[in-house]
Ligand binder design. Structure first.
Ligand code: M6R
Length: 612
């Protein structure tokens, strides 16, 4: 959460920072700000609200500084306001800082600094952090990098920071622990950012900073040390990111673009891995621990949000096809509840961003107990991808809309491929079923394409229900996690209360909610629980609930009972979530747009949840 960007080089820094902040805005949009060195003064410009507010504030001005830092905030300490916006500066106004993360011992530091006479203008932990650095620098008479290094050994928490100083005007100091940071290498210039999106149009050479590393950056030089001042080797990576993939490409919102990208993103995810004609399934990233995975006595899956829903679908697939017991855990619960993990246990961590703090912590915990960790991650080079033993990237391309869509279907695709590989090796499914499922999987992009054709119908249905105050989403078997995912999508972008339930659980409580005003979305495709869910639809209809049913093409029974039906193509039930989720993504999107909500940047949320 929070996006940080920095530049040092020969070009005017301000336009680079502003553009970078727009690219990073999905990480938080409570306020935005920049700090520049104009002649010898620190110019700090910041504003509550989106980057566009900062842009308005600065539109009549020009800035010549060729060094600067910028920040887009997701508030933790202190409400969203001008005064709490970053950058923050030291009490003598000589140092400016941008910070993504939380300093947990800021209270004690603040008391200590207040007793020394320092005063604070904001409610943030970040201002305490920079004042602490200022105090160390002055008391011990240190260079900026040494003061930062010593401060970092005394703070507790997570950070990605960039600091600049009027006294050392040709230098940026950057450091990270637990929050992401990438440095882009240009010719006599460097770019620093939370992810590669602000960097990609200038250079494709990057260094991913590791935890507890500090970078001392001048126009001509980059030195990386650790907190003990030991020089660190940095590996230069080539970025495999296209500029088009982080732009809207003619769509009104990133979310809509990402929904419609799914036939391609699912195909990209399978590319070079699956060949149904040859019966081949290759996952290059899962090699060394492949035997351990195949012979696992149990698999634990950890994730959050939508990724957790993908984990639930995986539980059904792994148990069904591989006959391996699976536990799916919220990473935030797992990390704090003393779970039983033994040496050699298998843990799969699922994350789009690869930076989710709770998932990272859950991995670290399991790793410390000797578990073998597999990652199912979208963002290349992210923290999770680097701390797992093995894994598979989604190759879905950057997902920018806060509501996860194409990452979910790519996660399901990877997890299905892993399950099929295990099942085939273990012989828990027959060769013919294996082959059949490979063909079905290969056909999924075309089926998703067909499911997307329901867009106009979904839009029409959305207009009828856009003012509803509540929604129920019901599904059984493989479609139960899809019900949870549909409800989450609606909640997060349209702010309508929605609950997902296993359809059969309805009669144990939620049925009391049903009346003529309650829209109930049934995910009722033809599968092994079809007859049961038909009965559940009748139970809702007899209580006058309004039924919107997602059904398999050609279903003639449910359309007679439901108020509205949306058809999706048939596929094997284990793969159906890849298809049945599509109309639910569209439903939440259209309802949110009709309610005037900010679809790509829903209130209170951020794309990458790097705080616990
Ligand atoms: O990046 P991750 O997949 O680890 O993120 C997990 C959740 O924060 C994420 O799925 C969140 O629930 C989405 N906003 C859902 O659309």
């Amino acid at each position: 959460m929070c996006g940080i960007v920095g530049y040092i080089g020969g070009k005017p820094a301000f336009p680079i920072l502003l553009k970078g902040l727009k690219r990073l805005e999905y990480r938080g949009y409570d306020s935005a700000g920049v700090a520049l060195l104009e002649s010898t003064n620190l110019e700090v410009l910041k504003k509550k609200g989106k980057v566009s507010e900062l842009e308005k504030l600065t539109e009549t001005k020009t800035y010549s500084s060729t060094i600067g830092i910028g920040h887009t905030r997701w508030a933790t300490h202190g409400e969203p306001s001008d005064k709490n916006a970053h950058p923050h500066y030291s009490s003598d106004q000589k140092l400016a800082i941008i910070h993504n993360g939380i300093i947990e011992n800021y209270g004690a530091l603040k008391t200590e600094l207040s007793e020394k006479g320092y005063e604070f203008r904001s409610d943030t932990d970040t201002e305490v952090f920079i004042t602490f650095i200022e105090d160390i620098k002055k008391t011990l008479d240190l260079t900026l990098e040494d003061a930062v290094r010593i401060a970092l050994t005394k703070v507790v928490g997570a950070y990605a920071i960039v600091i600049m100083s009027t006294e050392e005007p040709d230098k940026l100091i950057a450091a990270r622990k637990g929050s992401p940071m990438v440095i882009g290498l240009g010719k006599n210039e460097y770019y620093i950012a939370s992810d590669a999106s602000p960097i990609v149009e200038y250079t494709n050479e990057v260094i991913y900073m590791e935890d507890e590393q500090i970078a001392i950056i001048t126009r001509n030089d980059l030195t990386i040390v650790d907190t003990k001042d030991v020089p660190q080797k940095a590996e230069i990576h080539k970025l495999d990111l296209k500029l088009e993939s982080i732009e809207k490409g003619g769509y009104e919102h990133f979310m809509l673009k990402e929904i419609f990208e799914q036939p391609r993103s699912i195909a990209d995810c399978m590319r070079g891995r699956l060949n149904a004609t040859e019966g081949l399934l290759t996952l290059g990233g899962i090699r060394n621990y492949s035997e351990a995975l195949t012979n696992a006595e149990k698999i634990v899956i950890v994730a959050c949000g939508t990724s957790w829903h993908a984990g639930l679908v995986a539980e059904y697939i792994f148990e069904d096809l591989c006959r391996i017991p699976v536990e799916v855990e919220y990473a935030s619960e797992f990390r704090y509840r003393n779970p039983v993990i033994r040496e050699g246990d298998i843990l799969i961590a699922i994350s789009q961003s690869g930076e989710t703090a709770d998932t990272l912590a859950a991995i670290e915990l399991a790793k410390s107990k000797g578990a073998i960790i597999f990652g199912v991650v979208n963002t290349v080079g992210s923290s999770i991808s680097r701390i797992t033993h093995e894994g598979a990237y989604l190759h879905a391309g950057p997902e920018i809309g806060v509501a996860s869509t194409k990452a979910f279907t790519a996660q399901l695709t990877i997890l299905a491929m892993i399950a099929l590989r295990i099942a085939s090796k273990k012989g828990t499914i027959s060769e013919s079923k294996y082959r059949e499922l490979l063909v079905d999987l290969e056909n999924i992009p075309a089926k998703v394409e067909t499911a997307l054709k329901s867009d106009d119908k979904v839009k029409e249905i959305s207009s009828l229900f856009k003012d509803a105050r509540n929604f129920l989403y019901l599904g059984r078997g493989y479609n139960f996690p899809v019900a949870l995912e549909g409800a989450l999508k609606l909640k997060e972008i349209s702010y309508i209360h929605a609950e997902g339930y296993p359809a059969a659980e309805m009669k144990h409580g939620p049925i009391a909610l049903i009346d003529e005003n309650m829209p109930v979305v049934f995910i009722a495709t033809r599968d092994s629980s079809y007859d049961k869910i038909v009965s559940n639809i009748q139970e809702v209809k007899s209580r006058k609930g309004k039924v919107i049913a997602i059904v398999t093409e050609g279903d003639v029974l449910i359309p007679k009972m439901a108020d509205h039906t949306i058809e999706v193509p048939a596929t094997h039930e284990a793969l159906m979530p890849l298809v049945s989720v599509i109309p639910l993504q569209l439903l939440s999107y259209h309802i949110a747009v009709m309610r005037g909500a900010n679809v790509d940047q829903p209130r209170n949320l951020a794309k990458s949840v790097t705080v616990e």
